[in-house]
Structure formats: C-alpha cells, structure tokens
Design a protein. Structure first.
Lengths: 531, 500
C-alpha cells in the first residue's frame, strides 16, 4: 500500500461518522433540553416514596448502562416528556423489544471483549480479543438494522435512529470490516500446537498426534487423597487473562504460523475505534425504555393498567383512575396477592388532600402513589392507572417519620420541625408536598397545634399536597383542602379494603380491632404468657 | 485441645445463632456504637463482641466465671494482648500464605503446608513459654486450666508426621501438553501428552527432530515464570496435594478457638481503656437470680451515648426494690430514650460477663431482653404503622417468658392518643399481672396517668426533669405524669431561628 492509497483507505475508515440531520439522542429530543438537573440520590423523596426501590429494581443488573442518572433526572419540559412517551408507545410492539434486547446483549459481549483487548498486556492476546469483539459488533449492528426495517415505527426518536443506522450499515467502511473479520476467523481455527514444559523453560512445535497422558498421572497421586475433612483438590479455572509465559508461548506459536498472525497485526492497527459512537450511546440510553418496560411487565401480568398521562405545567386540576403504588404492586405481583386501586382528583381551588381514617387502611400507600405518579410522569414513563392527568411539578418534597438517631441529639420533635422548616425554605407554588403522619411523637394537644401551623403555611404556598394524619380535624381547615378516608368493610370493621375514598372524615379508627388480630388484648395476653 | 475461656465446660461458638430479637435490640439500643468501641475497627473483634454481647448467659455462676476471667484480663492487659497476638498471627499468616492465585497450584499447596507448619511450631512454642512463665499471675479457673492444658498437650509430633509426608511428595521433569487457540488467542483444551524422550535429554531430543520448534528459557530467579509454567504443568497433579494440607487443620482450629475466645476479652479491655480515659466509672455488676425483681443503679449511664459524645456523661440513680413496672414520662429531649438504652445495655453487658457503665449496679438476670421502640415507616410496605408496631409486639410475645425484661420506647403512638393509650394499657397490665419486668417510656398521657391512679408498691413512676427556663437537665427523677410535652417551645425555637 503506498502513501496515497493508505490515505484514501484511512478516510474510508472514518466514513461511519455520518451526519444525520435529525437524530440526536433517544432520551433527549435535542441537545438543549438534555441539560436537566439530576436530583441527589440522598433526597429523602426517593426513600420516602419508595422510588429508590422502583429505580433500584428497574436498573438492577443494568448498572453498566449508568441509567440511574436518567431516572434521577425528572424533566421540566413537556416536549421531551412527549418525545419519550411516543418511544414507549413504539415499544408496545414486542418485535421491537426483542430486537433491541438481543442487540444489547451482543453489544455487552462486544464491550466485554473490548475491555479485554484494551486492558490486557500482550499484543497477540489483545488482538485475539479484538477480533472477537469486532465479530460480535458486526453481527449486532447488522441484525438490528435488519430487524428495525421490518417494524412499523411511529416515534420521532426511533424513526430518525433507524434512518441513521441504515446509512451506517451501507457504508463501505462497515462492509469492509465485515469481510476482513470473516477471513481471519477462518484462518485461526486451524492452529494446533504442542508445548514441552520444564521448570526453567519451554519449547513449542506443531502438534503431531502425541498420546494423552493425564490419566496415568492422576493415578499416581490418587492415593494421597484421603477424602476426609476439608478437600484441598483445586478446581482449575479458565481465566480470560494471560500470564507472560503463556504470552511467550503464544509468540512462539506465532512463529510457527507467521502468515495468519501478520494479517491479524494489520487488522488490529487499522480498525481501532471501529464502533460508532452514536450507536453505542443509543445502546446505553435505550435501556431506559427496556428496563422500565421489563419492570412493569411483571405488574401488568396481574391485570393492572398503565397509561400515558396528560401532563401539564400550568393546570393544577389533576386526576388518576385505578392507580396504585408501583413499588408495592411489583412486590406483590410475584406472590399472587392482589393490589387495591384508587382514584383521586383535584379541581378548581382544591390543592390539599387530607387522608385520614383507620390504620392499616392504605393511607401511606396512597400518599406514596400520589408522589410516584407525578415523578414517573415527569420522566416520560407510562404511569400506574387507567387514565391520568398530572402536573409537571418543580420539585417534590416529602416528610415521613424518621427513626430516632442517637447522633442527632436534638430530639425527635425538634428534628421533625427542623426538617419541615427546611421544606418551607425551598418549596414554592409549583412544588408538591407529601407529609405522612406528622407530630406523632408528642401529645395530641401539641400535635394539633403544630399541625395547624404547618397547614397554614402550605395553604399560603398554594402548592399541591397530600397530608396523611389521624387528626381528621385538619381536613376542614380551608376550601383548598379535600378529605379522603381509608375505608373498612361495613359488616366487619376489622377488615380493611385499602380503598381511599373522597368523603368527609368520620373520626373512626379501628386500633382495637388490630390489637385483637394480633392477640394483644389484656385477656388474650394473660393466656398467652407462660409462667 | 480446648480453650474454655468463655464457658467452664464448652467451646464458644462464634457462629451461634443469635436470639430472634437480637437485630432489633442492636438497633434500638444503638449497640453498634458500643460494639465499635470494643472492636476498634477490627471486624473480627466486632463480630465476636456482638455474638457474645447478645448471647446472654442465664445463670449467675456462668456470669461469675467470665467476670473472673475478665478480672484476670484487666490485671494482665498487655499479656492478654500478647496471647491474642499469637493466635492472631497464626491465623493471619496462614491466610497470607494461602492468599492469591498461587494456591490454585498443587505444587504451591505442598510448599505452603511446609511454610504454615513452620510458623505454627514457633507460635505454639511462644504460647507454651507464656504458660510456663506467667500462669502464677492468673487466678481464674478459665486461665489456670488453659495454661495447664498447653503445658500438657503441646508436643512436636504433628510436625514430624507432616514433614515425613513432604519428602515423598515431589514430582520433577518436563511434561508435554497440547493446545489450540481459543478466544483471545489463549491456549485451550490443554491435554497432557506422553513425553517423547527421557527428561534429562529433553532439549537435545527436540533438536534432533525435524519439525520446527522454538524454545524459551526463564531467567534464573524468575519465580513467577516458574509458577506460570507449573500452572500448565500441574493440571494433572491436582489430587495429590490434598493429604498434607489436611494435617495443618487440627492446629489451625485450636488457634481459631483461642482467637475467638480471647477476642471477647480484648474487646472488653478496649472498652475499659476508653471509658477509663474519659474518667467515666465502670464496675462489675452483682447479678441476682432470675426470680428476683430488683434494679439498683448508681450513676448508670448510656455507654453508647458517652462514646458518641466522646466524654464522660452524667448518669441516673434508680432504687427499684421489688419493682417490675417502671413508667417514664416527661419533657421532649429530657433524656428518656437515653435512660432506657442505659437500662437495656447494662443488662446485656452484665449477662455476658462484662463490667457495666455505672458506679454500682445490681439487678436480677433475665432470660430474654426485648425492645419495642417506635420505628420509621416500614419500607417493606406490608402494612400501616400501628399494624407494624403490633406485629412486632406479637413477635416479642411469642418469645417472652415471665423472667424477661421489656423496654418500650413511645410504643403505640402511631394512632391517636386515646386509642394508643388503650392498647398500651391492656398490654402493660397483662405484663404487669405476670410479673414481667417492664420499662416504658411514653408520651401517652392518658395511659401513664391511668396507671398512676392505680399505683402499687411494685410500680415506679419516673419523669424527665425540665427546668423552668426550658433548659433540660437530662436527669430522670421520680415523678408523676404531666399533661404536656412542651412541643410549643421547640416550635418557637426552630421557626424563630428561621424568621430572624
């Protein structure tokens, strides 16, 4: 190859970098709105709403894709929310999901091989893994291209990606890579050799049908194995790495087969950086969709519905029908338990849902559901429910009871007040505030006084809020408050329905019936405790 | 060979299952802080201290047995650490030699056995020397018996046997293996092949052959190269390395037991040093029988809080003769939780044979220590909060006996005051009727006040003291329940700081 030819060849190699007019990223519609603020994971909202459990399960086993940064970045613009919702709709076609899943598996294999090629020390060893990586890459890209061309895509994001991919696979650079790889694989499958090992060195030659000797050697040492106590026999593992002696042997093998190895050398230097960057980024980002869909498919199996919510950044009239706590549903889905769905809405001036009623009636779950729904909608994900219209908030604040901590010498009540005070420092009218069982660590009198003060502040803010409390007086504070109540089966007050219904608080709690359920009443206890 | 420093007649089992309530108790009493002070960043000390602390002894004699051993330890601090160091070295050096990929090679397992046994011989000699020179400084039954055993049992016969085996287990000479190129051009399908010529002439025999062959010779002191070669070489030799390695096990297990049992006492020494450094008091408690009901403390403090604050803190003095129900009420941040923890922690420390953080401490032993503390929202979402509290209460009652002690911290506050009080009342009355020892911290005024109205000689009412300028004193004194918990002070303080 002369200099001019080489230059022409090198320019071919860079061909895969194709300027596609429209395709930018599969999770962000254009480069401007990809600049979003990632929330810190220690924000209590994640643990309080069990969003950390949801995100944890969704991304579990997919850590290498660094998806958490996407899941911890709620969106603030409606366009990107819709861009994502459309892509999710395309994924309802199982053919697409299968195509993307198998593409990703192959890309993972490719990355694993490339990691070896990049980090390993010995040239022929690196080159071997490099060849394997390119081989897998070519197969992966070609099959994805083939698969996508047979699928009816509607979303802007996936259509422009498909277009990008078609141009790429038809490029001469990609075609050349494909054929060189096939030829090399064929040549290396014929190599076989023999090594003579001594304590201070070794020799290598081509294999000439020498006899298997391992059986004989095994017999000599078998008598030392007494088979009692701990077993010290070793399971010799295959490793993907190579020590320098193995590398030396490989060098000697290369001298036995000079033709194949020199072709491999040039293949390795000429094809560095073979993988297309946009395709690699697509592979990472598309997991945002597949991971979430895989997760909710478990929940759909038990007959629960998901929908694409209408999202608005200015209307605080919101609603959801047949919605549920996603983290809870996912847990229960495997155990054949049923999940109770709830409805809610706020209209006109209404801003605050005060949830009261019997304990163990699903009040906390309802509060979590409310928060989860808004958060998931702001990621552009389908949300639990048959129908929903939700508010594109600025930030969600939660206040759930914290366990007592010796390191915090302020005392529980003060701690609670300090945390609330911090919420009011940052919250504004676009915020959502969720408070669960406040002021339970003090007397009823104190609790009521403090709760009223806090409610006044929320009403003044005009923020959306869910407040769970046993102090049902709070639901009557203002026109902005709406009362919702956990309910029981009328014939059997001890039986909870987990339904939260919009109606005036009735002041009934059913603690005593739970005490009976656990056999903790005075007469039952006297029987239970043995002397 | 038995160590028997923890029990008169049996081994301490570091893997023993902890009582079902153990993790709850650790969490509620914040015992991690105490355990950390015992362990001083040593994870092994931590795990042993935890097991010992939570596996309470339930007879007075066993407690005295350990107290005696611990007193010997306190009188011979540096020697105990030396003994522990010997056991520690034995196990650590064994691990170090075992460490790494090298142990995948049968050849290395053989030479490893030689190294391990060489070290063991030296360390066992060291133990015997300590026994020979210092046994007269020790008075406890535990140490006297251990030293006598060391002098009697330790001979060189283990090592003679092992060394005999070593001589017979050598294999020299080159071997042939064949291979193909797998992924990454790494050799695969290694197969041992029949040698073509006698070992001593191997190079010449290759040179005499027609097909091309290439040779690589290691430089002279290239040990890792030699190991790499023997990895390939020894794939067929695997089974033979087994026998000798097993010979090391017996001695190793003795060192492990010695290390585990001494670890508990070293943990106690660590804690004792730290508390003495604060000038904080500690004493050996006087354990009374299971049937008695007594709690006499002088300046009893919460050891975890002292460690947290890294200084001496004031304690509480309680005279509870024949009392088995103690209700504690009073101001927020008044030190109620701390007091409750100090009671629970001291009980556990006494019942594992330790000293306790007090000037003096006398109490009956119990056959179960249970805590029921108010919890953060249950993140497993199985149920609401009150339900969760009652479920935990139910779990406790499945294990409680009349000689247990129960510590409640603001239990049953997840519902409103009237109902919470009713549940608390029914449970407490039943426990009281059975004579079970109960300490109950509560804000439920209705509950506390109703019990106060029926006060008997077996009940004690304590209150966290509050001075008129709203400064808390952190003293718990005898006193009847009061109506408010002064939440408005705290509100004013927090929200005023914001507005100014």
């Amino acid at each position: 190859m002369n200099v001019t030819e080489e230059r022409a060849y090198m320019s071919q190699l860079t061909l895969p970098r194709i300027e596609s007019a429209s395709y930018h990223s599969i999770v962000y519609r254009n480069s401007e709105n990809s600049i979003q603020k990632e929330r810190v994971k220690s924000d209590p909202v994640y643990s309080d709403l069990n969003l950390d459990q949801i995100i944890g399960s969704v991304t579990s086993g997919k850590e290498k894709y660094l998806l958490t940064s996407i899941y911890y970045t709620p969106l603030r613009d409606i366009e990107t929310v819709i861009y994502r919702q459309d892509i999710f709709r395309d994924f309802e076609d199982k053919k697409l999901l299968r195509a993307v899943t198998s593409f990703s598996e192959e890309m993972s294999t490719m990355r694993r091989y490339m990691h070896l090629a990049e980090t390993l020390k010995y040239l022929y060893h690196k080159e071997g893994w490099f060849l394997a990586a390119v081989d897998v890459y070519c197969t992966a890209v070609a099959s994805l291209d083939g698969d996508l061309s047979h699928i009816d895509l509607q979303s802007e994001g996936l259509r422009s990606f498909r277009e990008y991919l078609q141009v790429y696979t038809n490029s001469s650079g990609f075609q050349k890579l494909l054929s060189e790889t096939e030829n090399l694989k064929e040549e290396f499958s014929t190599v076989e050799y023999c090594v003579l090992l001594k304590r201070n060195g070794c020799s290598v030659k081509k294999y000439e049908n020498e006899i298997d000797y391992s059986d004989e050697v095994e017999k000599i040492f078998k008598k030392f194995n007494q088979g009692v106590e701990k077993e010290y026999g070793i399971k010799l593992q295959k490793s993907t790495g190579m020590n320098y002696v193995e590398a030396k042997i490989l060098e000697l093998v290369a001298r036995l087969y000079p033709g194949g190895f020199s072709k491999l050398d040039s293949y390795y230097t000429e094809n560095t950086g073979f993988a297309d960057k946009k395709i690699e980024v697509f592979n990472r980002e598309v997991q945002f969709y597949t991971a979430y869909l895989e997760y909710i498919s478990m929940v759909k199996q038990v007959g629960l519905n998901f929908c694409y919510p209408e999202v608005s950044a200015d209307k605080k009239s919101i609603y959801a029908e047949e919605t549920f706590d996603l983290a809870l549903a996912y847990k229960v889905a495997g155990k054949n338990d049923s999940v109770v769905c709830n409805d809610f809405f706020l209209k006109g001036e209404e801003r605050i849902i005060v949830v009261s009623g019997p304990n163990q009636g699903g009040k906390t779950t309802f509060a979590r559901t409310f928060g989860q729904l808004h958060y998931l909608a702001s990621l552009g994900c389908p949300v639990p429910g048959r129908r929903a219209g939700l508010y594109l908030y600025d930030r969600i604040f939660t206040h759930f009871e914290k366990q007592e901590n010796i390191k915090n010498l302020r005392g529980k009540l003060q701690d609670e007040l300090v945390r609330m005070n911090n919420i009011f420092k940052d919250a504004n009218s676009d915020s959502i505030i969720i408070m669960n069982e406040i002021f339970t660590s003090t007397t009823l009198k104190d609790g009521l006084f403090l709760s009223r003060e806090i409610m006044k502040k929320i009403i003044q803010l005009d923020a959306l809020c869910v407040l769970v409390t046993f102090m049902d007086e709070l639901s009557l504070l203002s026109r902005k408050t709406v009362s919702m109540v956990s309910t029981v089966v009328p014939e059997n007050p001890a039986l909870r329905t987990y339904k939260i219904v919009r109606k005036p608080a009735d002041g009934l709690a059913y603690a005593q019936s739970i005490a009976e359920k656990y056999r903790l009443t005075y007469p039952l206890l006297k029987e239970r405790i043995h002397s | 060979m038995n160590v028997f420093l923890m029990y008169k007649d049996r081994d301490f089992n570091p893997e023993q299952p902890l009582p079902p309530q153990a993790e709850t108790v650790v969490q509620d009493l914040e015992l991690d802080t105490l355990l950390k002070a015992m362990a001083r960043d040593d994870t092994f000390l931590l795990s042993i201290s935890k097991t010992a602390l939570l596996s309470s002894l339930t007879d007075v004699q066993s407690i005295h047995y350990r107290q005696d051993v611990l007193k010997d330890c306190l009188n011979n601090n540096s020697l105990i650490r030396e003994l522990y160091g010997v056991a520690f070295d034995a196990i650590e050096s064994e691990k170090k030699i075992y460490f790494g990929l090298l142990s995948k090679y049968p050849d290395i397992i053989l030479s490893r056995s030689i190294k391990v046994l060489t070290i063991f011989v030296e360390l066992l000699k060291h133990l015997r020397k300590i026994a020979d020179e210092h046994s007269s400084d020790f008075k406890s039954h535990g140490f006297t018996a251990l030293f006598a055993m060391l002098q009697r049992e330790l001979s060189d016969e283990y090592f003679n046997t092992v060394q005999y085996h070593l001589k017979t287990l050598r294999l020299r000479g080159g071997v042939w293996i064949s291979a193909r190129l797998g992924e990454g051009n790494k050799g695969v399908h290694y197969t041992l092949r029949k040698p073509l010529a006698k070992d001593k002439n191997w190079i010449r025999s290759i040179l005499g052959k027609k097909p091309p062959s290439f040779t690589y010779t290691l430089s002279e002191r290239d040990e890792s190269g030699a190991r790499a070669l023997s990895d390939l070489r020894d794939r067929g030799l695997n089974a033979s390395a087994n026998a000798l390695a097993q010979a090391t096990d017996h001695i190793l297990s003795f060192f492990s037991a010695l290390r585990s049992e001494l670890a508990f006492y070293v943990g106690c020494l660590n804690l004792h040093e730290t508390l003495s450094g604060y000038g904080a008091p500690s004493c050996f408690p006087l354990p009374l029988g299971l049937q008695e009901r007594k709690h006499l403390t002088k300046e009893l403090y919460d050891v975890s809080l002292a460690l947290q604050m890294d200084k001496k803190i004031s304690g509480n003095t309680v005279q509870a003769e024949h009392i088995h129900l103690v209700i504690i009420t009073g101001a927020n941040r008044g030190g109620k939780s701390t007091f409750l923890r100090s009671i629970g922690t001291a009980q556990l420390m006494m019942q594992c044979g330790m000293f306790v953080p007090a000037e003096s401490f006398t109490a009956n032993i119990t056959d179960g220590i249970f805590t029921h503390f108010k919890r953060e929202e249950d993140s497993s979402m199985k149920s609401g909060k009150l339900d969760e509290e009652l479920r935990r209460m139910n779990d406790i009652l499945n294990n409680v006996t009349t000689n247990s002690i129960l510590l409640f911290n603001e239990s049953f506050a997840a519902t409103n005051e009237r109902e919470g009080s009713e549940i608390a009342r029914q449970i407490t009355r039943a426990l009281y009727a059975k004579g079970i020892k109960v300490f109950f911290v509560t804000h439920l005024f209705d509950f506390a006040e109703s019990l106060y109205r029926e006060k008997t000689d077996n009940m004690l009412f304590l209150r966290a003291e509050r001075q008129s300028d709203t400064k808390r004193t952190f003293r718990i004194l005898e006193g009847k329940p009061l109506q408010t918990s002064f939440g408005d002070d705290v509100y004013a303080e927090v929200f005023r700081a914001d507005t100014t």
